[in-house]
Design a protein around this ligand. Structure first.
Ligand code: 1GP
Length: 252
């Protein structure tokens, strides 16, 4: 099967272009809200929409994906907090293995349980080394995962974890301080990881302004993900997207 989304990650990285992804939590959106968000994301040239949450209380994932697909042309990528968060209408699925933790359920257990359903969905599956970094206070992901996040000042642990993930065959590394993290991931840690892995690096958790998004890209992030800050202020979408895109090399 042609891996359209992953190919776009790789092609962008080869061109040294950074991408901006908006994270939508299905629990926090209404159908009307999705239409407005999709319009803002299109106007701001957002590259990807990530959809998912650590807790999904509502049961309308398929409807959210279909509504997004009907409202814009931006690829919708599932970022599931649990095996139930699979929708065949999406463009791809981040198949997350929480390599920062030592909870076997999140390393492989839940994958075994959901493997048949994921395969049947025919979604593009992107094997993802998911690393949760301490964001200064417990987040939903750090609590629910029952796994210790990587300490924020241990850049070498993050680097070796990412290297191991890449050598195990993971196609992307996702460094996440958790949604709404008090402290986003430091540039020191991002650059340390980027210095040793070749696969695309996704960075998210607690990013609230364009300056931080820009600095993360300069440190080596390939895709910046923002959810919480945008929920509170939709005008940030364009500011953040412009900051991320401004890091691309100038071509003459
Ligand atoms: C969380 O990386 C994402 O898993 C985004 O975090 O909601 O804090 O932007 P925020």
């Amino acid at each position: 099967m042609y891996n359209k989304i992953y190919t776009s990650f790789i092609e962008r990285k080869a061109r040294k272009e950074k991408a901006f992804a908006v994270l939508i939590d299905p629990d926090k959106v209404t159908p009307a809200g999705i239409i407005e968000l999709a319009a803002k994301c299109t106007a701001a040239k957002v590259d990807y929409i990530f959809l998912g949450g650590s807790l999904v209380i509502t049961n309308h994932l398929d409807e959210c994906v279909q509504q997004l697909k009907a409202s814009c042309d931006i690829p919708v990528i599932l970022f599931p907090g649990s095996p139930s968060q699979v929708s065949r209408y999406a463009d791809a699925l981040l198949y997350l293995s929480m390599i920062s933790g030592r909870n076997p359920e999140l390393l492989i257990g839940q994958h075994v349980v959901s493997a048949a359903a994921v395969k049947k969905s025919q979604l593009e599956v992107i094997s993802t080394g998911y690393m949760v970094i301490d964001g200064g206070a417990p987040t939903t992901v750090s609590y629910i995962s029952n796994a210790t996040p990587i300490p924020a000042d241990k850049a070498d642990i993050a680097m070796c974890t990412a290297m191991a993930g890449e050598m195990l065959g993971m196609k992307v590394i996702y460094m996440d301080a958790g949604s709404g993290a008090r402290n986003p991931i430091t540039e020191t840690m991002i650059s340390r990881v980027a210095s040793q892995v070749d696969v695309p690096i996704i960075v998210g958790g607690g990013i609230r302004d364009a300056e931080k998004a820009y600095r993360n890209c300069k440190a080596g992030a390939d895709i910046i993900v923002v959810g919480n800050a945008i929920e509170n202020d939709l005008s940030l979408i364009k500011e953040l997207a412009d900051a991320v895109h401004s890091t691309a090399p100038i071509t003459i």
